[in-house]
Design a binder for this molecule. Structure first.
Ligand code: NAD
Length: 466
C-alpha cells in the first residue's frame, strides 16, 4: 500500500519541482493567513484529539503561522544558487545549486499534532519535494484538517499523502520507499528509524527526546525564575520535548525559589475543556497517564518528597495528573534520568553555578536548557550541551526564533529543523562547474613537466595576491 502511495507522490514531485520556488513558497504565505483566520476550528480539533488546554493549542497554531510565514518569505533566498570559487581563477566558473531529494517521509508524534507535521512539510514542499506523512494514530483528524487547509491555500493534489494507522504499522514500509525521512518521536524509536535509513543509505533527520534542565544561578531573581518555571514545566501538561523536567538551584536562592514555585503551582487553574483560562489540561491517553503516575509512585516509594501535586485527579478527567514538584530525587529512580513527558519536575539544591552547569549537562540527552540569571547565565549558556539554550525563559524564545536552527545534541537528535538548515536538509546540493579556455591538463604537445612548472608558477602568484 505504501509503495503505491510513494509511487504516486514520485510522479507528482517531478512536475512540482518545475514550479518556481517563489510560487511554491507563496502557497505557504496563504496557508499561514488561513490558519490564523480558521484558528477556532483548528483549536477545537486539536483539543478534541489531545485534550490539551486551549492556550497550548493556540500556541501550537501560532507556531505554525509563524514558521510557514518565515519560509514563505525567506525560502527563495535560501534556495537560490550560489557562486563558488572555481578551481582555477578566471578559467573555472562554479556554482552550487539545490536539488530536491524526491519523496520525503514525515513521521510525527501526537503531542503537537498540528504544528509538527505542518512545519516539517512546508520546507520539504517549498524545496521541491513531495511528502508522505504518517501522523500518530491518536491524532488523525488534525492531520487531515492541516492538509485540507494547505490545499485550500493552493497546494496541488497529490503532493502530500497522509497514511493513517501510525508508524508502528507503516514506518518500515515508508522508510523502504522514500528518499529522506523526517522523524520526530522518542529516542528509542529514533534509533530504529536510523538503523533502517542507514541500511538504505538515505538521509534522515531526527528530533528526539529530552530531559531538559533549568538552572537558577547565583545572580538570578528567584521570584522571576519561579514564575517562568510554571510555563517551562507544565505547558502542554509537560508533554513537550523541550519542557523542563529538572531544576538545579544554587543554595542561596533555593528556599525562595521553591517557596514561590510551589505557590505558583498551587495557584494554577486545573481543568479540562475549552475554557481559555485553564492553565493545564489532562494527559492525552491512558498510556501516557500510567507512565507518569508510575514514575511518580516509584520515585515516592524510593524516597522522593512531594512538594506539591503528586496525585491523580479523576474528578477532573480520567487521565488527569496534577502538576507535581519533587525533591530528594535520585538517579536510581526512573524519573531521575529518564524522560517523564508529563507535568513532573525534580528540584535539586547545588553549591554553586559550576555545579549547576555540570549536573545540568549530566544526561544522555541534549535538547534544550533554560538558564536564569545575569552574567552568570550568559556564561553558563556557552557551556550547556544542548541544541537550544534559553536565557531567562523556558523554551519558547529559542523554539520560536524560526530563523535559527532547532534540534538535539547527544541522543536528542540528528539534523535540525527551522532556519537554513531546516530547509536545505531537504535538498541535495549539486556543484556545477564550467572549465573555460584552458583545460586542467597539459596544453597541446606541452610535456607534463612543463605543465607542472607553469602551474606551480601561476598558483604561486595567485596565492600571493588572493
Ligand atoms: P514514539 O517514538 O513512540 O512515536 C513517535 C512517532 O513514531 C509516532 O507517530 C509513532 O506512530 C511512530 N513510530 C512508532 N514506532 C515506529 C517505528 N518502529 N518506525 C517508525 N515510526 C514509528 O514517541 P511518543 O512517545 O509517541 O512521542 C513522544 C516522544 O517524542 C518523546 O520522547 C518526545 O520527547 C519526543 N518528541 C520530540 C520532539 C522534538 O522536536 N525533539 C518533538 C515532539 C516529541
Amino acid at each position: 500500500m505504501i509503495n503505491n502511495v510513494v509511487a504516486k507522490a514520485r510522479v507528482a514531485q517531478k512536475e512540482w519541482a518545475k514550479v518556481p520556488v517563489r510560487t511554491r513558497a507563496a502557497i505557504f504565505l496563504r496557508f499561514s493567513k488561513l490558519v490564523l483566520a480558521r484558528q477556532d476550528q483548528i483549536l477545537d480539533v486539536i483539543q478534541e484529539e489531545t485534550h490539551k488546554n486551549r492556550l497550548s493549542a493556540f500556541e501550537e497554531m501560532l507556531d505554525t503561522v509563524q514558521l510557514t510565514h518565515y519560509y514563505g518569505r525567506h525560502a527563495a533566498g535560501i534556495l537560490r544558487e550560489h557562486r563558488r570559487r572555481g578551481a582555477f581563477p578566471i578559467f573555472t566558473k562554479t556554482r552550487e545549486v539545490y536539488r530536491p531529494v524526491g519523496v520525503v517521509g514525515v513521521i510525527t508524534p501526537w503531542n503537537y499534532p498540528f504544528t509538527l507535521p505542518a512545519t516539517d512539510i512546508a520546507p520539504a514542499l517549498i524545496a521541491g519535494n513531495s511528502v508522505v506523512l504518517l501522523p500518530d494514530e491518536m491524532t488523525p483528524k488534525i492531520a487531515d484538517l492541516m492538509l485540507e487547509l494547505m490545499q485550500e491555500a493552493g497546494l496541488p493534489e497529490g503532493l502530500v499523502s497522509i497514511v493513517h494507522g501510525g508508524g508502528r504499522v507503516h514506518g518500515s514500509d515508508l522508510i523502504q520507499a522514500v528518499n529522506f525521512v523526517m522523524f520526530t518521536g522518542s529516542t528509542a524509536t529514533g534509533r530504529l528509524v536510523a538503523t533502517q535509513c542507514a541500511e538504505r543509505l538515505i538521509p534522515f533527520s531526527a528530533e528526539l527526546g529530552g530531559k531538559n534542565p533549568m538552572l537558577v544561578l547565583s545572580d538570578a531573581d528567584p521570584v522571576k525564575a519561579a514564575h517562568g518555571a510554571v510555563r517551562a514545566c507544565y505547558s502542554n501538561s509537560g508533554q513537550l520535548c523541550i519542557a523542563i523536567e529538572r531544576i538545579y538551584v544554587v543554595e542561596s536562592k533555593y528556599d525562595e525559589f521553591l517557596k514561590h514555585f510551589v505557590a505558583n503551582t498551587k495557584a494554577m487553574k486545573l481543568g479540562s475543556g475549552n475554557d481559555w483560562e485553564i492553565t493545564m489540561g489532562p494527559l492525552i491517553s491512558e498510556k501516557q497517564f500510567v507512565r507518569v503516575r508510575d514514575q511518580v509512585n516509584e520515585a515516592i516509594a524510593k524516597g522522593a518528597k512531594v512538594e506539591v501535586g503528586g496525585k491523580v485527579r479523576p474528578d477532573i478527567a480520567p487521565t488527569y495528573f496534577e502538576p507535581t514538584i519533587l525533591t530528594n530525587v535520585s538517579d536510581d529512580m526512573e524519573l531521575g534520568r529518564g524522560e517523564t513527558f508529563g507535568p513532573v519536575v525534580s528540584i535539586y539544591k547545588v553549591a554553586n553555578d559550576a555545579e549547576a552547569v555540570a549536573r545540568g549537562n549530566d544526561t544522555d540527552y541534549g535538547l534544550n536548557s533554560s538558564v536564569w540569571g545575569g552574567a552568570a547565565a550568559k556564561r553558563a549558556a556557552e557551556q550547556m550541551e544542548s541544541g537550544s539554550v534559553n536565557i531567562n525563559e523556558g523554551f519558547s524564545a529559542g523554539f520560536a526564533s524560526h530563523d535559527a536552527p532547532m534540534g538535539g545534541m547527544k541522543t536528542s537528535g540528528l539534523g535540525r529543523r527551522h532556519g537554513r538548515e531546516g530547509l536545505l536538509k531537504y535538498t541535495n546540493s549539486q556543484t556545477i562547474s564550467v572549465q573555460r579556455m584552458v583545460g586542467i591538463a597539459p596544453i597541446g604537445k606541452q610535456s607534463n613537466r612543463a605543465f607542472a612548472t607553469l602551474l606551480t608558477r601561476l598558483l604561486g602568484i595567485w596565492n600571493k595576491i588572493s
